[in-house]
Design a protein around this ligand. Structure first.
Ligand SMILES: [Zn+2]
Length: 269
């Protein structure tokens, strides 16, 4: 499932490929996932691309916004002039944006848990994202803010809190495990038992792991692809889907919050 680094990779690529382009037409192939009003945005120019957590926003001229939630398997393809989606991709196509320069951007979704919505004001898109917690790569996410947020979830386990999108947006099952390993913290720990030094270490681990993952264009372990291919962070995973930690200790695997979790009982306390 795409998490923050995967969404950020896609945002950076979309900025290079479609910002400044005028939409010639929009075809909605699946109205259960994509807003049926999308064809109405034709002739609008894309003025920017932004993100909150894993949610991607195409900003159009005249205060119109296309909000894309990737779900589990949502992804984009971009084809230059004259090219069309290959037949095997077309069956997953949810919506396709054609531009005046002849290029095409399609949003495809194999399992169809994603969503593409249209908003007609800044205020409505802000409201749609209001339930999402702070974006962990935004400048507003400071150590002091992290401490305050954790206090709100004092009785839960640290791994659950990290993955709680209403608290922090962008961290899922992969990066929660990786950050906890790097901070040497057992994912089952209750937040109330964490020392100030551990919280500081965890904060640094979260930022460090996410920044490195963005640099490597995300993690491809199952079906995540960005617009130009696969991610590379899977080569840097230390515990997620691994049998041993980097120090050679066999990892313990257990369900925490309903998600498979790997951790090292020697390195993580
Ligand atoms: Zn270990």
């Amino acid at each position: 499932m795409p998490e923050l680094p995967e969404a950020e990779t896609i945002v950076q690529q979309l900025r290079r490929k479609v910002v400044g382009k005028a939409i010639a037409s929009v075809v909605v192939r699946d109205r259960k996932i994509a807003d049926a009003r999308l064809p109405g945005i034709k002739s609008a120019k894309i003025s920017g691309v932004s993100r909150k957590g894993k949610a991607i926003i195409l900003e159009l001229e005249k205060e119109r916004f296309v909000l894309i939630r990737l779900g589990m398997t949502g992804h984009f393809h971009y084809y230059l002039k004259g090219a069309a989606s290959p037949a095997e991709e077309q069956k997953y196509e949810v919506v396709a944006f054609s531009f005046h320069d002849g290029s095409l951007l399609s949003y495809n979704d194999i399992r169809r848990f994603g969503r593409v919505q249209l908003f007609l004001s800044k205020e409505t898109v802000r409201k749609a994202l209001a339930k999402l917690g702070i974006d962990v790569l935004s400048s507003a996410f400071t150590l002091a803010v992290f401490r305050k947020l954790l206090e709100k979830r004092n009785k839960t386990t640290i791994k659950m809190a990290l993955m709680d999108q209403a608290l922090l947006s962008g961290i899922g099952n992969i990066y929660a495990q990786e950050a906890l390993y790097r901070a040497r913290i057992d994912p089952r720990r209750k937040i109330s038992t964490l020392s100030a030094a551990e919280v500081k270490k965890l904060y640094a681990a979260i930022i460090g792991v996410l920044r490195l993952a963005v640099k490597k264009h995300g993690t491809t372990v199952e079906n995540y692809v960005h617009i130009e291919g696969s991610g590379g962070f899977q080569h840097y995973l230390q515990v997620y889907q691994r049998e041993k930690c980097p120090k050679g200790h066999p990892l313990k695997k257990e369900y925490i919050g309903g998600r498979g979790t790997s951790y090292c009982t020697t390195c993580q306390r």
